[in-house]
Structure formats: structure tokens, C-alpha cells
Design a protein around this ligand. Structure first.
Ligand code: NIG
Ligand code: FE
Length: 397
């Protein structure tokens, strides 16, 4: 298949803002065979069936590299409580927050979890998303963590998307281990990680390094276990205060450190040296009324790649729109529209350890989004507007 009369935004490194007008893309099976200006199209492709895109913008399909979209229940009541003055940390310490979602997720059937997750996945697909990371972490016991991860895997059988799973057993201390986080890590979290890995359910290992969650020593044990299993790591770090998570992530060569509002310049330097991507989550920043923005300037000056994601979850970021996350990345975190688009394509792919997507180039997956827009900045600039015209996944329209 040949796409022609497209305005290509290839997202190749160095291509910067450059658009390819009168562009063409040759799709072969699930891959991109060729991309470039139509007048340079090799003659062997001239006879292909073509689709005329009437000058529309074509980007790589978007990648949401940080979500918790498999969960039970909702937390609208907590949203109200926060508006009445309670903080996210107070609610968590009183047994609400993540733990209230744990109760609901343990109670829910796999079928119910899947049905609910698919409504969120469909909202993402409708905005051109082709790859979604999904975390566990609302089970905190072996049975429910496995249930969540199996549901996450089943999404791929129900919808045309790629799902990458992250094991987040170190998300919170469950009530049955209150005051005993070390015992929880050693007797539940690590054995569950091994069992989930043996079942092929884990693509990466995540944790929550924070006062209200786990300390660096506990997280380091989880990361070491991941390393022993040959799995890449990532980490929720420096979200509510500076706890040393970003440096720890860098020390383990993490794919990404996520949130990072309280990260320091030295963290940026260590992340750059380790090639760790900074995943910024403006939906959580916005929902929690945070006022300290992540150090975007330091990430820029040290050359840390920045990704953007929804953090879709029932507490800190009830957001399913990656386009709105791009807008928030610009308006709230002062990223440029170009950085926002890199953050949901090329750099998001890196944050997931994927080297076959996030750019339009030969050999890469034919996951593309076609937009009713003239310039890529429009994707970040407009609010509550969905310009998706067509989505192509694995070469299929
Ligand atoms: O990414 N920070 C920890 N985990 C989630 C929040 C989960 C929740 O509140 O349910 C986050 O913000
Ligand atoms: Fe998160």
C-alpha cells in the first residue's frame, strides 16, 4: 500500500521541525518499506494501490508510555475530599488512595477489569495511540497482581494496539503488611515478580520510591531482582519530594524515571549518563495541584530525553487523553510543541525499550496517525479537540 499526498512528520532524530510536503509512505505487511517525498519514490513502488491523504499530516502513531489503566472502581470521592482540603498524602496515610483502588481491584473479576480497561483503551485509540504501557500495582498480592497483568495482556487480543506491561508490586504497602514494608517486599513482591515473569507477563519492572511508599533500599531489592531476571527497570521518582529515586534509577540503568517534579540538576546529569528517559506526567501535576514543575531546563541542558504520558489512573491522573497531556506538557511544564510530540513518539518508544517505532522510517512498524491538521504544533495547541482522521496499526487502516 502506498500513502501519498501526505505531509510527513518523521520524528527522525535531527529532522527537528522539518516537514516533508508531498510525502509518500510505502507499507509492506506490518512494516514501513519506504518514506520520503513522492518525487523520490523508487519506480518499483509506482504501481502500488494508493491512498490520497489530501495533504494531511502523518505522524508515527502515538505511544502512551506510563499508564495504570487496569483497575477496579473509581475515586471521585477522593477528588472531592482533596477539594475540601485533604492532601494526596493524607488520604494515602488514612488508608485511602492507592489502597482503596487495591480493595476494588481485588474484588473485581478479570472480565470486569478488562471491560473497564477497554473503555479507556478505546479513548486512547481514538486519539491515535498505537502502543500503551500498563502497570500492575493495585493487587499487592500474588493472585491480584497476576490477574491484572493477564488482563493487560488480553487487551492485545481485543484491540489493535501493542501493550507493554510493567510489574509494579512495589506500589504501596498492602493493609495486611501495614508497618512491615520489608516483609511485604521479601515475601510477596519478589516472589510474585518471579511468578509473573515465569508466566511471560512482565516486560519491565517499576516501583514507587516515596515517603508514602518504599524507600531506596527496598526499591533497590526489587531492581536487583529484576536485573537477575534480565528485565529492564523504571521508577516513579521524585513526585512528592526528593527521595533519591532518580539517581537510584540511573544507577540501575533504568529505561525511565517518571514524574520528577522534585528532581535536581544532579539527577538530570546522572540520568543523562545512564540514558534514562525522563517521563513527565502533567496530568498528575495538574490533578494534585502541584506547583513545582519538573526541571525541564536541566533535562534539556544535560540532554535527557523527555517523554510525556497520561499516567491514566483513578487517583492522581484520571486522564485518558494523550493529546491533552501534550497540551499540559506545553502550558504547564513549558515544553515546546516539538518536544511534546517527541515525548509521545520517539522518546516514549525509548522509555519502553522499543527500537522499532516512534519514527517514520524504513523497517519501523507501520503504526501511523493521520491528522486533520496543517502543522504538528496544532496537536499540542488545541484543547479538547481531536483531529485524528485515520489510524494505521501494523500496516492496517
Ligand atoms: O503515577 N505515584 C504513584 N502511582 C500513581 C498514582 C496511583 C494512584 O493514586 O492510584 C501515579 O501517580
Ligand atoms: Fe504512575
Amino acid at each position: 500500500m502506498l500513502l501519498k499526498n501526505a505531509t510527513l512528520v518523521t520524528m527522525q532524530p535531527g529532522a527537528k521541525d522539518r516537514l516533508v510536503p508531498d510525502g509518500a509512505v510505502v507499507l509492506e505487511g506490518e512494516r514501513i518499506r519506504w518514506a520520503g517525498p513522492l518525487d523520490a519514490l523508487p519506480s518499483e513502488h509506482h504501481q502500488l494501490d494508493d491512498i490520497d491523504l489530501a495533504g494531511r499530516l502523518v505522524t508515527p502513531a502515538l505511544i502512551d508510555c506510563h499508564t495504570h489503566l487496569v483497575y477496579g472502581g473509581d475515586r471521585a470521592g477522593e477528588f472531592e475530599a482533596r477539594l475540601n482540603g485533604a492532601s494526596y498524602q493524607q488520604i494515602a496515610r488514612a488508608g485511602g488512595g492507592i489502597l482503596s483502588t487495591v480493595t476494588e481491584t481485588r474484588r473485581a473479576s478479570a472480565e470486569q477489569l478488562l471491560t473497564d480497561a477497554l473503555t479507556r483503551v478505546d479513548a486512547m485509540i481514538a486519539q491515535g495511540v498505537g502502543t500503551i504501557e500498563v502497570k500492575s500495582g493495585y493487587g499487592l498480592d500474588q493472585e491480584t497482581e497476576l490477574k491484572m497483568l493477564r488482563v493487560a495482556r488480553r487487551i492485545e487480543t481485543q484491540r489493535p494496539v501493542t501493550i507493554k506491561t510493567s510489574f509494579l508490586g512495589a506500589h504501596a504497602v498492602p493493609p495486611e503488611f501495614a508497618g512491615k514494608p520489608d516483609a511485604y517486599i521479601d515475601t510477596v513482591c519478589l516472589p510474585t515478580l518471579r511468578a509473573a515473569t515465569a508466566e511471560g507477563l512482565v516486560d519491565a519492572v517499576d516501583g514507587f520510591c516515596e515517603d508514602i511508599a518504599f524507600d531506596r533500599d527496598q526499591i533497590a531489592r526489587v531492581m536487583q531482582c529484576a536485573a537477575d531476571l534480565g528485565l529492564p527497570v523504571k521508577l516513579h521518582a521524585e513526585q512528592l519530594g526528593h527521595g533519591g529515586g532518580a539517581a537510584l534509577a540511573a544507577r540501575f540503568g533504568a529505561l525511565s524515571a517518571d514524574h520528577l517534579e522534585y528532581a535536581a540538576e544532579a539527577d538530570a546529569a546522572q540520568m543523562a549518563a545512564a540514558g534514562t528517559v525522563a517521563v513527565l506526567l502533567p496530568g498528575a501535576f495538574y490533578t494534585l495541584g502541584e506547583t513545582q514543575a519538573p526541571p525541564v531546563d536541566a533535562f534539556r541542558s544535560h540532554g535527557v530525553a523527555m517523554a510525556l504520558a497520561t499516567d491514566c489512573n483513578p487517583g492522581s491522573s484520571p486522564l485518558a487523553s494523550l493529546l491533552l497531556a501534550m497540551n499540559m506538557g506545553c502550558t504547564l511544564l513549558r515544553m515546546t510543541p516539538q518536544e511534546a510530540l517527541e515525548g509521545v513518539t520517539r522518546h516514549a518508544a525509548r522509555a519502553l525499550g522499543l527500537s522499532d517505532r516512534g519514527q517514520i522510517r524504513p523497517g519501523y512498524r507501520a503504526d501511523l496517525a493521520v491528522w486533520d491538521a496543517a502543522h504538528p504544533a496544532e496537536l499540542s495547541y488545541r484543547i479538547g479537540w481531536n483531529p485524528l482522521y485515520k489510524r494505521i496499526f501494523g500496516g492496517a487502516l
